[in-house]
Design a protein around this ligand. Structure first.
Ligand SMILES: *Cc1c(COP(=O)(O)O)cnc(C)c1O
Length: 448
C-alpha cells in the first residue's frame, strides 16, 4: 500500500509488533519511578512504558518493545508519527526562525494555514481563521467570538460532551470525574442539553433534536443564547454518533434564532471520520469549526474557522496569544494538511473503519458483551455491556485494555461510563498491522 511508504515516520521503523521484555520492561520501570517522584501524580499515563521512537503504525518503547498504535496519541498523528513531510518542513523552519510572535512580526505560514482552513472547512462562504495552541484554547476563543458577535451570553453544550480542561471548557465538559471534580467554581451561563445517543435513548435524530430544542427554548431562551457547541461525533464521551437528522435540525434552529453553531471538530477533524470534517457527512455547515489534534502531525496548534462576519466582529486586539500559530506548528500543519489531501487519507480512514467494523460485527454475533459498534472512518468504538441488561461494564473494559497493552497494542478507553474501547489508528497504519492489532483486541476480549 503506498500509504505506508509515503507516510511512515522515523528512522525506517520496522512495522511490527515485538515484545522482547516483560511489559513494562526495566528501562520503562526505572523511568516510571523517576516520573512518580518528579511529575505531579494527577498527570496519569495510559501505557506503563516510555516511548523512544514512533512512525507508521508503531510506537517503540525504551526497552525496544514495538507496539501497534491504535490511538495516535488521541487522534493527533493522523499522518503518522514523525511523518517525513512534517519532519522536513519543521527542520527547515526551526533553522530559519523559531518565534517572532505573529502579533509582533507576522509570517506567511500562519496566513497560509488560515487560507487552507478557510478553503477546506464546510461551506463556500467568506471565512476567517485564528490560530491558538490547544483544543481547549480554541474552544474558549470560539465562545468569545460568538458572544462578541451576538451580544448574548448563554452557551449550550451537551450531555457526554468533552471540550477541554481549562476553566471555561471544564464548564462545557460533562463528566465530573476526573475532569471537573474539585475544580469549581465553573464559568457561568453554560447550560447542558440532552444529546442524541441512539444506543441508549432509542430516539430518532429529529426527535432527539426536538427534545434538546424544547429544553433550550424553555430553560434558556433563544434571545439569551450566543452559541450551541457540539462535537459531530463525541470523542471522550464515548464516540457517540447522534442519530441521523439531529445535527441538521439543530443547525437549522440555530440559524433561525441568531445562535452561533460551533462544531468542535478537535477530535473528528482532518480525514479522521472518512471526510475531511465530520460535519460533511450530513452536509451541515457550522458557523465556526474548531480544530486541533490532527492538524499539525503532533505539533501543538489549534484553530477557529468561521463566517467572516462573525470572526471579524471582535474588536482589534481581542484575540491572540504569545504562541498561537507558532511558526514550527504552522510549518508542520501545512505539511500535514497537504498529506491529508494529496494522499487521500480520508479514503484510508474509510478503509480502516470498514476493517474494524467488520471484525467487531462478526465477533458481536457470538459475543453479546459487545453492546454497540459505532463511529465513522478511523474513529470507531465498541461499547462493552452486561449482556442481560446493557448496563455498562467498565471493569471488563479496563481488563481488556490492559491485556492489549501487555500484548503490544495501544488502545484507549473512553465514555461517560468508562465502558468504551475506542480505535483511532494513525491513517498511515498498514492493513497487516491493523489486522494484527484487532486480533489482539479480540483475543483479549475473549479471554477477559
Ligand atoms: C481533546 C479535545 C479537546 C481539548 O483539546 P486540548 O488540545 O487537549 O486542549 C476539545 N474538544 C475535543 C472534542 C477534544 O477531543
Amino acid at each position: 500500500m503506498t500509504l505506508t511508504t509515503t507516510a511512515i515516520g522515523g528512522p525506517a521503523l520496522a512495522q511490527e509488533r515485538r515484545i522482547v521484555t516483560a511489559i513494562p520492561g526495566p528501562r520503562s520501570e526505572a523511568l516510571m519511578a523517576r516520573k512518580n517522584s518528579a511529575v505531579a501524580s494527577a498527570v496519569g499515563t495510559t501505557m506503563p512504558v516510555f516511548a523512544q521512537a514512533a512512525g507508521g503504525g508503531v510506537v517503540v518503547d525504551v526497552d525496544d518493545n514495538s507496539f501497534i498504535d491504535l490511538g495516535s496519541g488521541i487522534a493527533v498523528t493522523g499522518v503518522g508519527n514523525s511523518a517525513p513531510r512534517v519532519v522536513e518542513a519543521v527542520q527547515a523552519q526551526v533553522a530559519a526562525f523559531t518565534h517572532t510572535c505573529f502579533m509582533i512580526t507576522p509570517y506567511d505560514s500562519y496566513v497560509e494555514v488560515a487560507e487552507k482552513l478557510n478553503e477546506l472547512t464546510p461551506g463556500d462562504h467568506e471565512k476567517r481563521s485564528a490560530l491558538f495552541n490547544s483544543g481547549a484554547e480554541a474552544v474558549e476563543n470560539a465562545i468569545k467570538v460568538a458572544r462578541s458577535y451576538t451580544g448574548k451570553q448563554a452557551v449550550v453544550a451537551f450531555d457526554h460532551a468533552y471540550h477541554g480542561r481549562t476553566n471555561l471548557t471544564m464548564a462545557l465538559t460533562a463528566k465530573s470525574m476526573p475532569y471537573k471534580s474539585g475544580f469549581g467554581p465553573f464559568a457561568s451561563e453554560i447550560y447542558r442539553a440532552p444529546m442524541s445517543y441512539p444506543f441508549r435513548d432509542g430516539l430518532s435524530g429529529p426527535e432527539a433534536a426536538k427534545r434538546a430544542i424544547s429544553m433550550i427554548e424553555k430553560q434558556i431562551g433563544a434571545a439569551n443564547l450566543a452559541a450551541i457547541i457540539l462535537e459531530p461525533i463525541q470523542g471522550e464521551g464515548g464516540f457517540i454518533v447522534p442519530a441521523e437528522g439531529f445535527l441538521p435540525s439543530l443547525v437549522e434552529w440555530a440559524r433561525a434564532n441568531d445562535v452561533v453553531f460551533i462544531a468542535d471538530e478537535v477530535q473528528t477533524g482532518f480525514a479522521r471520520t472518512g471526510d475531511m470534517f465530520a460535519s460533511e457527512h450530513e452536509g451541515i455547515v457550522p458557523d465556526i469549526v474548531v480544530t486541533a489534534k490532527g492538524i499539525a502531525g503532533g505539533l501543538p496548534l489549534s484553530a477557529i474557522t468561521g463566517r467572516a462576519e462573525i470572526l471579524d466582529a471582535t474588536h482589534a486586539g481581542g484575540l491572540g496569544g504569545t504562541y498561537g500559530g507558532n511558526p514550527l506548528a504552522c510549518a508542520a500543519a501545512l505539511a500535514a494538511i497537504d498529506t491529508y489531501v494529496e494522499d487521500d487519507l480520508a479514503a484510508a480512514a474509510r478503509r480502516i473503519g470498514s476493517t474494524i467494523v467488520d471484525r467487531f460485527t462478526a465477533a458481536q454475533a457470538t459475543d453479546p458483551r459487545i453492546g454497540d459498534i459505532r463511529g465513522r472512518g478511523a474513529m470507531i468504538a465498541i461499547e462493552i455491556v452486561d449482556p442481560g441488561t446493557n448496563e455498562p461494564d467498565a471493569a471488563l473494559t479496563g481488563r481488556v485494555a490492559k491485556a492489549c497493552h501487555a500484548e503490544g497494542v495501544i488502545v484507549l478507553t473512553c465514555g461517560t461510563y468508562g465502558n468504551v474501547i475506542r480505535f483511532l489508528p494513525p491513517l498511515s497504519i498498514s492493513a497487516e498491522l491493523l489486522t494484527e492489532g484487532l486480533d489482539v483486541v479480540l483475543t483479549a476480549l475473549e479471554n477477559a
